[in-house]
Write a protein that binds this ligand. Structure first.
Ligand code: ZN
Length: 207
């Protein structure tokens, strides 16, 4: 996605939609995630129309508030102190001017594919840190498979070795789900996933 098309507030932080789970977090029951430092905590970004459009980090959200581009709709319990003032830390912000969000998909990249697949191997269903995942061409390039959203999936090294040069059918393994492009719909699903952790987000996400 081109940041210029829908403005800095809407897109610049695309990469922050879902931080890849670390191994530590995977071992914790849900709701007990280790909390990131305050300035890196996720903030839900709403369009002027209250439509959720993105997730950014506190640091970026505070800049948008200071620039007068957005206003805080929900606060979390933290405060940030600077030499001249104390600012309450937002949990949800809303852009003051409406931004058109294009429906086009994101750039095809390793990072975005892992994000789409939520760091989950699409063959065995295991969740791994990014360093333990590779990208698998479902239909091999040598057999005419393309490097596309529909043909690339997150895959652990074990499954990648098991599959080898075969198609999933030949290897007797099944894809967890059909790979799709990363659309605004995918982003919304990820927002809902994160929203489960933050009560203040829910009323904006579960409509
Ligand atoms: Zn696997």
């Amino acid at each position: 996605m081109n940041a210029d098309q829908s403005g800095e507030g809407a897109n610049q932080q695309d990469e922050h939609i879902l931080p890849p789970p670390s191994r530590d977090q995977n071992n914790l029951p849900s709701g007990q995630h280790r909390r990131p430092p305050v300035m890196q905590e996720p903030v839900l970004v709403l369009n002027a129309t209250f439509e959720p459009i993105n997730v950014t980090a506190v640091r970026r959200a505070m800049v948008l508030l200071l620039k007068g581009v957005a206003q805080a709709e929900e606060l979390n319990h933290h405060e940030v102190h600077s030499t001249s003032r104390v600012m309450k830390v937002p949990s949800v912000i809303r852009l003051l001017a409406y931004r058109h969000i294009p429906q086009q998909t994101r750039a095809l990249s390793r990072k975005n594919i892992l994000l789409r697949d939520r760091n989950t191997c699409q063959f065995c269903g295991g969740i791994f840190p990014a360093s333990e995942l590779t990208l698998d061409h479902v239909v091999l390039r040598s057999r005419g498979g393309r490097s596309s959203w529909e043909n690339l999936v997150a895959c652990c090294y074990q499954c990648n070795n098991r599959k080898g040069d075969r198609t999933p059918e030949e290897a007797g393994i099944k894809l967890a789900r059909r790979p799709r492009p990363f659309t605004l719909y995918t982003s919304r699903q990820l927002m809902r996933l994160i929203g489960h952790r933050d009560e203040k987000w829910r009323k904006y996400l579960f409509y």
